[in-house]
Ligand binder design. Structure first.
Ligand code: HXC
Length: 280
């Protein structure tokens, strides 16, 4: 059942701001990333979402397409972000069918609770590979198209005019906050998310001069997600809510709105930043 519009996007954004734009998203069948993509599609974009489960990825792509009449949303399942070649093939299909790539969301992640003693070397490596190598592969596979899109929106330093007005060449890495202080039973994920943050900062510096932006969204617990159900024990919820200035947990709509901001014209001068989704 697709979410009603007011459940995945606030009413502040203008229809059509992402017309003719294309978003490529890994982990796109998950609750958070699918809401991010749905918001962009609602506002005019077409999309390609990548997942590991064919049936789920195609079903979610069809659901997202209902956000706007005429939207084109491709779901490519059975792509493991640990394999660069598989991602490159998905990118080629996206470009062939949708015409390019303007925005990328690197959202694929692996997670489970395990103590350091329970964690085998292969378990640690699996999460590093999915999160860090997977984010790097996503960047690597999409970079030629991001550069092309970013080039169109570089500032003209002679006239000091943004030329032309528009948006493209933007990447968001979905990270977390657990590595800021460390987190028991999440050593593998903490280390991986720290790597993702370093990746984003470096992309911002290296590709800023080419008109690209790179930013991080770092959600805390987001209601009605798999991570929320599995990773935040229900007896810890009340104390967590009390610890937060807004007295609530995050919602997928908060993440979708942040995504729209970072990809919109409004976010043109924002790069190398992290939008942190909880009070630490
Ligand atoms: C200990 C585990 C384990 C567990 C897997 N392993 N699950 N070890 N506790 N619960 C070990 C396996 O025994 C194996 O090691 C190694 O990890 C690889 O497991 P596989 O299943 O063979 O590999 P793979 O198919 O690569 O899957 C890895 C996975 C994946 C990370 C477990 O299935 C996965 O990503 N699942 C969940 C997806 C998910 O939760 N997504 C939402 C993320 S939420 P050995 O030594 O036996 O070979 C999120 C929020 C972050 O990211 C914010 C945090 C607060």
């Amino acid at each position: 059942m697709p979410l009603a519009k007011n459940e995945y996007l606030s009413d502040s954004w203008k229809d059509g701001i992402f017309a003719n734009k294309v978003v490529f998203c890994t982990g796109g069948a998950g609750t958070i990333c699918s809401a991010q993509v749905r918001a962009l599609v609602h506002l005019g974009a077409n999309a390609c979402i990548i997942g590991r489960n064919v049936e789920k990825t195609e079903r979610v792509a069809q659901d997202i397409a209902t956000a706007r009449p005429g939207a084109k949303v491709i779901g490519i399942g059975s792509v493991d972000v640990r394999k660069l070649e598989a991602l490159q093939q998905a990118v080629e299909r996206c470009v062939k069918e949708l015409g390019g790539i303007d925005f990328v969301i690197a959202g694929a992640a692996g997670n489970f609770l395990a103590s350091i003693e329970q964690l085998s070397a292969n378990a640690f490596k699996s999460v590093m590979d999915i999160d860090v190598i997977g984010s790097y592969n996503t960047l690597k596979a999409t970079l030629p198209y991001l550069k092309e899109s970013g080039k169109k929106h570089q500032m003209d330093n002679k006239s000091l005019q943004p030329s032309p007005i528009g948006t493209g060449g933007r990447i968001i890495f979905v990270s977390a906050t657990i590595h800021y202080r460390g987190m028991p039973f999440q050593t593998h994920v903490s280390v991986a998310k720290a790597g993702i943050d370093a990746l984003s900062h470096s992309v911002a510096l290296e590709y800023g001069p080419r008109g690209m932006t790179s930013n991080i969204i770092a959600p805390g617990p987001i209601a009605q997600t798999e991570g929320f159900e599995r990773l935040l024990p229900s007896d810890a919820l009340e104390a967590y809510i009390k610890s937060q200035p807004l007295g609530r947990v995050g919602h997928v709509r908060d993440i979708a709105d942040a995504t729209v901001y970072l990809f919109s014209d409004t976010g043109s001068y924002v790069t190398g930043q992290t939008l942190v989704g909880e009070f630490i």
